[in-house]
Design a protein around this ligand. Structure first.
Ligand code: GLU
Length: 376
């Protein structure tokens, strides 16, 4: 598949998520750069004429709030950050509205927390809202609901949020518009020989190490969070592209211009519900399983039974997501667990037929049913 050229690959993109980073859309005083946003709107208008549906995930609320409140430095305290986000989000949307209005495009605001993505009902509601907005020709502009999100419910960074949104709407491609040119073979600020990587077919441990070192943005995450986003998308069978939003237009990127870094899918397209299980919630615990169970899950497509579970870590309720690890500590799958940790401790290593005798009830014969299990 990697033999196909970029142009061919990008030709099939019909649903697109565009993530706009704070640095790329802000002007010097931190307020949104309406002219830049207007150019973006013009590009999105062109893409829509080609039948491409677009969702924008926009950062910049905290930055805009800082500008508006004349804060010279990013505040450290959570209430100040949340106040800045509350002021700035409004400012940001106003700028989007003016800029998109000049191209006769209507926008809509959706603010999400991690809870909205974790809860299946709300997750599906967000999807339906997005599809309905598209139906009316509206461009949805999303951000994290920074002024209410606290540690437990925060997605944390918009690279991750945009990957989740791409999963949610089954996008073909996520484009991250950043102030960097893409993913480099070394930190370009320190190593003059650093080379821009055009295409990444596999996210190797070396790349992860590199991303950890190259925090090329002042915004939340730098390359590390971008690589995390790429891992989610490529494992779900989607593509991601990082490009410099100050230098390149969405239209030329989708025309196949060789700019930025393109991450190719590393798997077949994953079914929508499985994507939600695998990537919309941080796992609450770990089940360590024996080799027989690994084989049954990974090779034979079977459910995980209590007899294969050797030990567990973490505290979790039934219905929450757990990682399934082999004896070497490698994650091999992720799934929705049928028993809470305290129940599971009593039945691990036992046969399913013994569950009722031990617990006094047997809701399920499986610890994780294969329908709720994603092999990684
Ligand atoms: N949600 C934050 C904001 O609007 C940005 C987070 C990020 O850039 O990752 O300021």
């Amino acid at each position: 598949m990697s033999g196909i050229n970029r142009k061919e690959r990008l030709k099939c993109v019909r649903r697109l998520v565009v993530k706009v980073g704070t640095r790329v859309l802000s002007s010097e005083n931190n307020l949104p750069d309406v002219r830049w946003i207007e150019t973006l709107a013009g590009q999105i208008a062109q893409l829509r004429c080609r039948g491409i549906e677009v969702v924008v995930v926009s950062s910049g609320a905290i930055g805009a709030g800082m500008g508006q409140l004349s804060m010279s430095r990013r505040p450290r305290s959570i209430p100040q950050l949340q106040a800045a986000a509350a002021v700035g989000q409004n400012q940001l949307m106003h700028s989007y509205q003016v800029a998109f209005g000049r191209h006769n495009l209507t926008i809509a605001q959706i603010l999400l927390t991690a809870d909205d993505l974790k809860n299946r009902q709300r997750y599906l509601n967000v999807r339906n809202t997005l599809l309905t907005l598209w139906h009316y020709g509206v461009i949805p502009v999303l951000n994290e609901n920074d002024s209410v999100a606290t540690d437990e419910i925060t997605v944390g960074d918009n690279d991750n949020l945009s990957a989740q949104v791409a999963n949610l709407i089954d996008a073909h491609l996520l484009i991250i518009l950043s102030d960097t040119d893409g993913f480099f073979s070394a930190d370009p600020r320190k190593a003059p020989q650093a080379r821009l990587i055009n295409t990444i077919t596999e996210i190797t441990p070396e790349l992860e190490k590199l991303a950890g070192q190259t925090a090329t943005e002042v915004a939340t995450g730098g390359m590390r969070t971008k690589l995390e986003a790429a891992k989610i998308l490529t494992a779900s069978g989607q593509m991601m592209l990082i490009a410099n939003g100050r230098k390149h237009s969405l239209v030329s990127i989708l025309n196949g211009k060789e700019v930025g870094t393109l991450f190719l899918p590393q798997a077949e397209r994953m079914a929508s519900r499985k994507r939600w299980i695998a990537f919309s919630h941080p796992p609450k615990g770990v089940l360590v399983v024996d080799d027989g169970a690994v084989q049954a899950i990974a090779e034979k497509g079977k459910s995980l039974l209590p007899s294969g579970v050797i030990k567990l870590k973490g505290e979790f309720e039934n219905g929450e997501v757990v990682n399934i690890q082999n004896l070497k500590g490698q994650d091999i799958a992720r799934g929705l667990v049928n028993y809470r940790d305290k129940e599971l401790k009593k039945i691990l290593g036992k046969k399913s037929s013994e569950i009722e005798k031990i617990l006094g009830y047997c809701y399920y014969e499986e610890v994780v049913h294969r329908d709720n299990l994603v092999v990684l």
